[in-house]
Ligand binder design. Structure first.
Ligand SMILES: Cc1cc2nc3c(=O)[nH]c(=O)nc-3n(C[C@H](O)[C@H](O)[C@H](O)COP(=O)(O)OP(=O)(O)OC[C@H]3O[C@@H](n4cnc5c(N)ncnc54)[C@H](O)[C@@H]3O)c2cc1C
Ligand code: FES
Length: 286
């Protein structure tokens, strides 16, 4: 699964395109949603990407960093990001308002193999900021519902207030073509009616899965991977059908600087999506 470098950035891979913030709001106390559109309308409509790919987002004078595309390519025109406040760049991004400009270059990375998943069950397990890339997969599956068999979502957060896109997922629970289970470690509202417990406590609620016909996708805080992968293995999902996105420090995003290299793997090109099969052969990956 090699990453594809967008044609327009191929000549000068470091040149961002200007994009305007169309809307922005807080999703949790330290995570903000950004909806942006390239200023060049032709670029906005022709920009193609796969769920799981990322873009480099920049603010003049503050720097640039990689962020997953949280929107679905099935909804062209607008790009969506879900960004946690961390340091210099993200603080600058949080100060921006609607109509302000950012730089965007990409898309980069390999993305999820959506074509291979067609006709199969897609079991998506997300926690914390892992929502960012997996929301794109989920929306893509729902927008192309006929292409996939069962679509199952297990989403965990520390508390209801920490659940990114909580209202969106609560609304999705009403869909009959999505099996959606939400959980929190603890309820800080006193009004939470869904499951309480870590995300793996949701697995016993699943109807029987035919593992050979299922893909298991996981993204979340590092501690989650080990336990969720154990559940996938217990369900007998083949190792090459267990997929995860992994983060590494990145600078260029296009395989030039070596910041993201592990042995012969450049996570910006060969990732950020890896199979469990890749991971057990590259022990440093998780
Ligand atoms: C492929 C990829 C996709 C990403 N997608 C998202 C996303 O959708 N949403 C999101 O909020 N963030 C995402 N990130 C992480 C994001 O790029 C960093 O949080 C960002 O660089 C922070 O920039 P900053 O200037 O605000 O913070 P800095 O000032 O650079 O750093 C602040 C703190 O965060 C730590 N840090 C910075 N980058 C990383 C990293 N990659 N891994 C671990 N610690 C780090 C630093 O050590 C420091 O302690 C992604 C990273 C990668 C590699
Ligand atoms: S980020 Fe520069 S080589 Fe991957």
């Amino acid at each position: 699964m090699k990453g594809k470098i967008n044609e327009t950035t191929q000549n000068n891979p470091f040149l961002p395109e200007l994009a305007r913030i169309i809307s922005t709001h807080y999703l949790t106390k330290d995570v903000k949603f950004f909806q942006v559109r390239f200023s060049d309308m032709e670029k906005a409509l022709s920009f193609r990407y796969e769920p799981g790919q990322f873009a480099m987002v920049s603010v003049l004078g503050a720097g640039e960093a990689p962020f997953c595309l949280s929107s679905s390519p099935s909804r062209p025109g607008l790009l969506e990001f879900c960004i946690q406040k961390k340091g210099t760049l993200t603080n600058a991004l949080f100060r921006l308002r609607e109509n302000d400009l950012v730089g965007v270059r990409g898309p980069y990375g390999n993305g999820f193999p959506m074509g291979d998943m067609e006709g199969k069950d897609v079991l998506i397990v997300m926690g914390g900021l892992g929502v960012a890339p997996l929301r794109s997969v989920l929306l893509y599956c729902l927008d192309n519902r006929d292409l996939f068999n069962r679509v199952i979502l297990l989403h965990g957060a520390r508390t209801p207030s920490d659940m990114i896109f909580r209202d969106e997922f609560m609304a999705l629970k009403e869909r009959v073509d999505l099996e959606c289970f939400l959980t929190v470690d603890e309820d800080d509202t006193g009004t939470w009616k869904e499951n309480i417990g870590v995300v793996t406590t949701l697995f016993p609620k699943l109807k029987k899965i035919d593992p050979s016909q299922a893909y298991g996708l996981v993204c979340g805080p590092p501690v989650m991977y080990k336990f969720v992968i154990k559940e996938f293995i217990q369900l007998n999902i083949p190792k090459n059908q267990i997929l995860m996105t992994l983060e590494r420090r990145m600078k260029c995003g296009v395989g030039k600087c070596g910041h993201c290299a592990i042995d012969y793997i450049y996570t910006c090109l060969d990732g950020p999506v890896f199979t469990y099969w890749d991971v057990i052969h590259m022990r440093e990956l998780i």
